[in-house]
Design a protein around this ligand. Sequence first.
Ligand SMILES: O=C(O)COP(=O)(O)O
Ligand SMILES: [Mg+2]
Length: 227
Amino acid sequence: MTDSVNRRPIRAVAFDLDGTLVDSAADLMHASNALLAELGRPPVDLPAVRSFIGDGAPKLVERVLAATGGIPAADEAARCLQRFLAIYEADPSAHSALYPGVAETLGGLAEAGLRLGVCTNKPMGATLRLLDDLGIAGRFAAVVGGDSYPTRKPSPEPVLGLLERLEVDPGETVFVGDNEHDVAAARAAGVARVLLVPYGYARVPLDGLPHDGILAGFADLPGRLSC
Ligand SMILES: O=C(O)COP(=O)(O)O
Ligand SMILES: [Mg+2]
């Protein structure tokens, strides 16, 4: 497959996870609400949780706490994060699902010989369990999470780390994501093309971002790699 701008062959596709491959917000909400119940705080709803996703678990828990009575002192906030992770990682998939077309499209891309990877801000423990539970772990040659490197997206560091593990150059890679951090990280990493899904957890209008296209749906992806 060839990139139309610089004509370099596309050899790899790097994917964001939450809001791109997996609709994971309900499990993040359930884990948040289990933590909040233990703290004697009110629950958060799905629209609120969707708006909290994208900066990794520490930020999500901080936002959940801020929205339900305030962020406690540092040691208690750290304990809340550890408790949230224990609850979430024990079962991150009960209420989560692949978006339409994801399983079939990943299968087709892998069969076409493309190297596939995941670059998410979700911690690795929960990421690997979620990919496994949803039956797509085997599709990826490499996976990096929010705790794999010192920085997370929007930093390019995890994207470049993923591409190193995939043994491909940025110029022969397409990044597919759902939000502003994906665009910033992938652009700074110098990937050939950044494509966005229209259905994820972005907190800003996609039209204003410096992407190379918005997919109609996930199944639209193969056609956008070759034109
Ligand atoms: O914020 C998170 O934990 C995950 O977000 P991402 O998979 O969209 O990077
Ligand atoms: Mg995302």
